[in-house]
Design a protein around this ligand. Structure first.
Ligand code: HPA
Length: 269
């Protein structure tokens, strides 16, 4: 792996998600980053939340033109590290496999099943240095705790634990695939959490996910799936989602006290 020059900004929190999360339509200051892995999806926009600065990256590009299987996950995560970010929040649209988790729900997943393994560029370490990060708990416990506490304080309904199964896409699933995924214990399905989450761990970044349910997955409800349904459900939850994130940023401890910051300590030979 190429050495990273870090700390190019004072901003310690990163946010990566769809274009819908950006504040307003005004053109923002955006920082371009070149990485050894190619171009990130877009420039890193400086957003201000209650006078706290956050770097925001549009995962699918400025015009939403990069499909999930073509996102340059390595460049995106490397860019955050290069700029000095320590904690990254990933925001996702997902389908629900669980009839108890309805469209519009905000979910804080605690586990991942990765069905993109071997298909996407998924590691910064491709030899000669060999690294095996521990991924038993794939999300930062401190960030998850802050999200759950904030939701409680603000009376925002959330689902505090769920297993996210990540597929390659871009097509949606068959009904039989979803039946199979339900048997694995998965609750929600999406196309972009992996390898984003494990790449963050490889760079000792803290990472947590916030998923918004856009639809019931294939065959869970009898209606055929439409992208419009997903967007409408996302729109309904947008204000709660923004409030949840803004307040969570505020209550995060300044110094990190979690496993993620030392993830490489016992990860190589
Ligand atoms: N499947 C996969 N990805 C998704 C879905 C889905 O049903 N909804 C939103 N993203």
């Amino acid at each position: 792996m190429t050495e990273i020059k870090i700390g190019l900004t004072e901003i310690k929190i990163g946010l990566i998600g769809g274009s819908g999360l950006s504040e307003g339509k005004v053109k923002k200051e955006a920082i371009s980053v070149e990485t050894p892995y190619g171009q990130p999806s877009a420039g890193y926009e400086v957003e201000e939340y209650n006078s706290l600065k956050v770097l925001f990256l549009k995962r699918h590009g400025p015009e939403h033109s990069i499909p999930p299987h073509k996102v340059n996950y390595r460049a995106n995560i490397y860019g955050f590290k290069h700029l000095g970010v320590e904690r990254v929040f990933g925001v996702f649209a997902v389908g629900s496999l669980n009839t108890k988790i309805s469209p519009g729900s905000i979910v804080i997943p605690d586990q991942i099943i990765d069905f993109t393994q071997g298909v996407r560029e998924s590691s910064f370490y491709e030899g000669p240095k060999v690294v095996h990060i521990d991924f038993t708990e794939p999300f930062c416990s401190e960030m998850r705790r802050a999200l759950i506490k904030t939701a409680k304080n603000l009376n925002i309904a959330i689902v505090p634990t769920a297993t996210y199964i990540c597929v390659n896409g871009p097509r949606l699933e068959t009904a039989a695939e979803i039946r199979f995924f339900r048997k694995t214990g998965a609750d929600i399905v999406g196309m972009t959490l992996m390898p984003e989450a494990s790449l963050a761990r490889e760079l000792e970044l803290c990472y947590a996910a916030v998923a918004v349910v856009g639809n019931y997955a294939a065959g869970v409800s009898k209606k055929p799936l439409t992208v419009r349904e997903v967007i409408e459900s996302m729109n309904k939850s947008r204000e709660s989602l923004k409030k949840l994130l803004k307040e969570t940023f505020k209550i995060l401890p300044k110094e990190r006290n979690c496993y993620c910051k030392d993830a490489l300590k016992n990860a190589s030979f």
